[in-house]
Design a protein around this ligand. Structure first.
Ligand SMILES: NC(=O)c1ccc[n+]([C@@H]2O[C@H](COP(=O)([O-])OP(=O)(O)OC[C@H]3O[C@@H](n4cnc5c(N)ncnc54)[C@H](OP(=O)(O)O)[C@@H]3O)[C@@H](O)[C@H]2O)c1
Length: 310
């Protein structure tokens, strides 16, 4: 099968012809239809995940996917062959990945049925970003009435987090570089939108005593800390240890690790199904454009970049 993979430590990712994987106990094999690009994939490609996950080479890149179940491992009773699904490749080791014609994933915690009205492109952008957004939300406790500054709001995680937090009654202040990005964020429920070129002044005009929390998805953490009130929270998907956080005497640090759960994925797909949650797609690209999509990730994108696989 065609797969975008790293063959050995330190090697650049490239397209390779690999064996179709077999599902292990508790896993399903999915014929991948679409997969979305995430920072995790870039981090694996750059070798940054070497200390965090065992790498079983070849390591196929890609975390979030949409596809069709076409193989069932032992002890799986939640899904059947032919189910249209979305999910996350999330295991203690790295080997199978979503940028391939076939992948495997843990059925119970990482794969759910795709709602009928949801496109495969949208489904491919929900699993990892949505699970991460849910964990950010949980870290903040009761968000009703809280002023929450989301930095990097127009990305895959931020667009979902903003909708979830606004639905729970938070007053979200969302960053956006372009008018298009800011008006989308307002549509998704942000109470305020700010241009991140002039973040300090714009946020202080909205929250003179500081925001209750910042959700740091991109940019310089130290420059954001002064915008948070005394005793507020600093939530980050980029800082993985409390000692990396700015101003720890004044602010509560919350490092986020975005892992899926079956309940979380069902909550997200349920919200999509009843029209309360939208997955934003910046653009769809072909398999042989994955390298370009990696280069474009994190810059001038609104929502997810989705790769069409099958
Ligand atoms: N810890 C975890 O488990 C975990 C899980 C998921 C994601 N992450 C990380 O979290 C981050 C966000 O993920 P994502 O998938 O949402 O990323 P993304 O889709 O690439 O979104 C990043 C967004 O940030 C905007 N941006 C760029 N520079 C900015 C700046 N200086 N200030 C404010 N906004 C800026 C970009 O908008 P423009 O186009 O306008 O520049 C883009 O829309 C990534 O770094 C990812 O690796 C970590």
């Amino acid at each position: 099968m065609r797969a975008y993979a790293v063959q050995s430590a330190g090697e650049q990712p490239a397209t390779h012809d690999l064996e179709v994987p077999e599902p292990d106990r508790g896993e399903v094999r999915v014929r991948v239809v679409a997969a979305s690009v995430n920072g995790f994939d870039l981090a694996v490609a750059a070798g940054y995940m070497a200390g965090f996950f065992e790498h079983r080479y070849p390591v196929v890149l890609g975390r979030e996917f949409a596809g069709i179940v076409d193989g069932i491992g032992p002890d799986v009773d939640t899904l059947v062959i032919g189910d249209r699904v979305l999910g996350v490749v999330s295991k203690p080791h790295l080997h199978d990945g979503a940028f391939a014609e076939y992948t495997t994933a843990v059925a119970e915690s990482s794969v759910v049925r795709t709602p009928e009205g949801m496109t495969d492109a949208a489904a491919a952008g929900l699993g990892h970003t949505g699970s991460t957004a849910l964990i950010i939300l949980a870290s903040l406790g009761d968000v009703a009435g809280q002023k929450i500054l989301v930095v990097g709001a127009t990305g895959g995680v931020g667009t979902i987090f903003t909708q979830l937090a606004a639905a729970m009654g938070a007053e979200v202040i969302a960053t956006g570089r372009t008018e298009e990005g800011r008006s989308l964020m307002a549509e998704l429920g942000a109470a305020h939108t700010v241009d991140y070129a002039d973040l300090d002044a714009e946020v202080r005009a909205i929250a003179p005593d500081g925001v209750d929390a910042v959700v740091h998805l991109i940019g310089d953490a130290a420059s954001l800390a002064p915008l948070v009130r005394d005793g507020g929270m600093f939530v980050s998907t980029l800082l993985y240890a409390p000692e990396m956080f700015p101003d720890p005497e004044r602010l509560t640090p919350a490092p986020i690790a975005g892992f899926p759960s079956g309940d979380g994925l069902r909550l997200l797909t349920g919200m999509v199904d009843d029209g309360r949650l939208r997955v934003i797609i910046d653009r769809e690209v072909e398999f042989d454009e994955i390298g370009d999509a990696f280069a474009a990730y994190g810059r001038e994108t609104i929502g997810n970049i989705v790769v069409r696989i099958g």
